[in-house]
Design a protein around this ligand. Structure first.
Ligand SMILES: Cc1cc2nc3c(=O)[nH]c(=O)nc-3n(C[C@H](O)[C@H](O)[C@H](O)COP(=O)(O)OP(=O)(O)OC[C@H]3O[C@@H](n4cnc5c(N)ncnc54)[C@H](O)[C@@H]3O)c2cc1C
Ligand SMILES: *[C@@H]1O[C@H](CO)[C@@H](O)[C@H](O)[C@H]1NC(C)=O
Ligand SMILES: *[C@@H]1O[C@H](CO)[C@@H](O)[C@H](O)[C@H]1NC(C)=O
Ligand SMILES: *[C@@H]1O[C@H](CO)[C@@H](O)[C@H](O)[C@H]1NC(C)=O
Ligand SMILES: *[C@@H]1O[C@H](CO)[C@@H](O)[C@H](O)[C@H]1NC(C)=O
Ligand SMILES: *[C@@H]1O[C@H](CO)[C@@H](O)[C@H](O)[C@H]1NC(C)=O
Ligand SMILES: *[C@@H]1O[C@H](CO)[C@@H](O)[C@H](O)[C@H]1NC(C)=O
Ligand SMILES: *[C@@H]1O[C@H](CO)[C@@H](O)[C@H](O)[C@H]1NC(C)=O
Ligand SMILES: *[C@@H]1O[C@H](CO)[C@@H](O)[C@H](O)[C@H]1NC(C)=O
Ligand SMILES: *[C@@H]1O[C@H](CO)[C@@H](O)[C@H](O)[C@H]1NC(C)=O
Length: 490
């Protein structure tokens, strides 16, 4: 099709590079097997190496979407921090490409998947409330569902993912926008400590006493080693109110107006996410409501006045609310890429740009793949969101709030991967241009690393922090062991 040729011919494609360096993909397979056996011989009984296609291997390489999964030579589930150290020493000395997987929800190919050695953190699965310190120890292999479930009877909660299935590790190490972020900040602002295996295999605890690693780990993902445990601050949690409503396209003007009014109310217990999806020829609007109390203040009144075509809201425990969002995170085996743009305000002009892009690209790509679904989500938070923490790798500038957005494409036909990535770039650029034209100074508004599409320049996410982060990484990882794993690299 002509459009496809046009898109693939675009020069900007050359800028897109996939997670793991090309050279690592061509690693000699007998060498890989040898490394796998070396690891199997070195680790304790707490850990296990698996080969294709054992059940453990299959679950170790599994990802939220097939587009970000790869078949590794073997997989390893470490069961102790010391064994993680052994594994890193062997991978480093043999220069073997590897990947570290928490919940496997990164949509970027090669960020937590590899054709080398797949490390799956699943055995780090403890959730332990320490009532003396009101902190919660959480293993790096858990997904938030498990953490919320364990904490439900305790009456306290931590700041984690908003949709079932997301890993604790990736979300926390990249930032973390939660239902409680307007009240308490990002997930990384609510970490009290980390147990970290350094790139040279040494196990260490990192707290705020440590200047550089503390700074780097808060937003710097897998640059500084492998985290085995997080210690989170906790907060009392009572029943919450919320749910999801669906709206037809003819309500978009009313929603825009009510959404603007909502944002002017500054109620930190409230959260909404407004999604526009294009599928099968039409736009569907979905609003996710959350309120951190059994009944909402009047903050949602204007939005709730708009007739919905479906959905429901109710009061219940935080865990029940979270679970009720279950189907929202499933991709049905489809391929998915995501990108993001940051704005200062979800103004009428920005809202219009979201609508225009949904129509334009949704229709174009649906014509190429019947399963192509574009979903653009506006995620406003309180303007004080960055005031709850100290300097960190992300966000690079805490002096004023910027809000992330989630732009995702879902599709089936693998031959459209490059086209989808190109479209997402175009969508984020177009929305940024609309925000600039609206008078919002977003030319340097940092992009959220956990949402950004592969190929995004480091400076666009970490701003003026990049140089310091590079120095920290050079000092902590002089042998570039973590460079053998994909992901954003300083
Ligand atoms: C459906 C869906 C909903 C989402 N909702 C939210 C949301 O509400 N809020 C939000 O902030 N984000 C959200 N995200 C984005 C999410 O934060 C990222 O996808 C995040 O990377 C997922 O973490 P993970 O552990 O599942 O990912 P993985 O793919 O396992 O890992 C992501 C990155 O972290 C690294 N990593 C994993 N474990 C470790 C470790 N132990 N030590 C060092 N590095 C490690 C990996 O190597 C990889 O680079 C959502 C994503 C999806 C797909
Ligand atoms: C892999 O490397 C080993 C030595 O390291 C060599 O003997 C073998 O021929 C190589 N195999 C391939 C397919 O390149
Ligand atoms: C943690 O893993 C162990 C060993 O696989 C298992 O027995 C235990 O039930 C798991 N615990 C949780 C909370 O999943
Ligand atoms: C890290 O802290 C834990 C307590 O939270 C302790 O048991 C462990 O020994 C410490 N590890 C190191 C390497 O200091
Ligand atoms: C909404 O209804 C669905 C289907 O009946 C149910 O599974 C879900 O839990 C409900 N959600 C809320 C928030 O009440
Ligand atoms: C909300 O916050 C903004 C900016 O801080 C302020 O201008 C506005 O008056 C506040 N609105 C209310 C209702 O307090
Ligand atoms: C669309 O997805 C369904 C499964 O979800 C699949 O059966 C079908 O083949 C897909 N269509 C195309 C064109 O790939
Ligand atoms: C996938 O796309 C390619 C190239 O556009 C096309 O040739 C092929 O028929 C498509 N496959 C399906 C199942 O639609
Ligand atoms: C988006 O793509 C169109 C071509 O389809 C091009 O004309 C336009 O300049 C692009 N916009 C941006 C901001 O990249
Ligand atoms: C491992 O790296 C840390 C941090 O750079 C360093 O303090 C430690 O001495 C190193 N350990 C070994 C065994 O080299």
């Amino acid at each position: 099709m002509a459009l496809r040729t046009l898109l693939l011919g675009a020069s900007s494609l050359a800028l897109l590079s996939y997670g793991q360096p090309e050279a690592l993909e061509n690693h000699n397979s007998s060498d890989l097997l040898c490394t796998c056996n070396q690891i199997a011989a070195a680790i304790s009984d707490a850990s296990q190496v698996s080969f294709p296609f054992a059940p453990e291997y299959l679950s170790d390489i599994e990802h939220a979407t097939p587009s970000s999964a790869k078949a590794s030579a073997c997989s390893v589930e470490p069961g102790s921090a010391e064994d993680v150290g052994e594994i890193l020493r062997i991978l480093g000395s043999t220069r073997t490409p590897f990947a570290v997987k928490g919940g496997g929800h990164s949509m970027n190919p090669g960020f937590s998947s590899t054709t080398g050695v797949q490390i799956a953190m699943t055995r780090f699965n403890q959730t332990k409330l320490n009532s003396m310190t009101s902190t919660v120890d959480v293993g790096a292999g858990l997904i938030w569902d498990q953490v919320y479930k364990t904490l439900e009877p305790t009456g306290v909660n931590v700041l984690g993912g908003r949709i079932p299935g997301i890993g604790v590790a990736g979300l926390t190490l990249g930032g973390g926008y939660s239902f409680l972020s307007s009240q308490y900040g990002l997930t990384l602002d609510n970490v009290a400590g980390y147990e970290l295996v350094l790139p040279n295999g040494t196990v260490t605890n990192v707290t705020s006493d440590e200047d550089d690693l503390w700074f780097g780990l808060r937003g710097g993902l897998n640059n500084f080693g492998i985290v085995t445990r997080f210690i989170f601050k906790s907060y009392p949690q009572g029943d919450v109110w919320g749910g999801i409503h669906f709206y037809s396209e003819n309500q978009l003007d009313a929603i825009k107006e009510a959404f603007i009014k909502y944002q002017q109310k500054n109620d930190t217990k409230a959260e909404v996410a407004v999604s526009l999806s294009y599928s099968s020829g039409q736009i569907l609007c979905t609003i996710l409501f959350f309120y951190d109390a059994p009944a909402p203040s009047g903050v949602f009144d204007d939005l709730l006045d708009i007739p919905a075509i479906g959905g429901n809201v109710s009061t219940g425990s935080f865990f029940d609310y979270f679970q009720s969002l279950g189907t929202q995170g499933g991709f049905d085996g489809h391929r998915v890429f995501g990108d993001t743009v940051s704005v200062i305000q979800y103004s009428p002009a920005v809202f219009n740009a979201f609508v225009d892009q949904t129509k334009l690209w949704g229709a174009r790509l649906w014509a190429l793949d019947e399963n192509a679904t574009l979903t653009l989500t506006q995620e406003p938070f309180d303007k004080g969101i960055f005031s709850h923490g100290s300097e960190s790798a992300y966000p690079p500038d805490r002096s004023h709030a910027i809000f992330p957005s989630s732009l995702t494409f879902e599709w089936s036909n693998a031959s459209l991967d490059d086209t989808m990535a190109f479209a997402l770039h175009n969508i984020s650029n177009s929305i940024r241009a609309a925000a600039l034209a609206d008078g919002q100074d977003v030319s340097h508004a940092a992009l959220y690393p956990n949402y950004a599409l592969f190929g995004t320049p480091l400076e666009d996410m970490y701003g003026g922090n990049v140089e310091r982060l590079r120095k920290i990484r050079a000092a902590i990882d002089p042998e570039d062991v973590m460079g053998l794993a994909g992901g954003w690299k300083f």
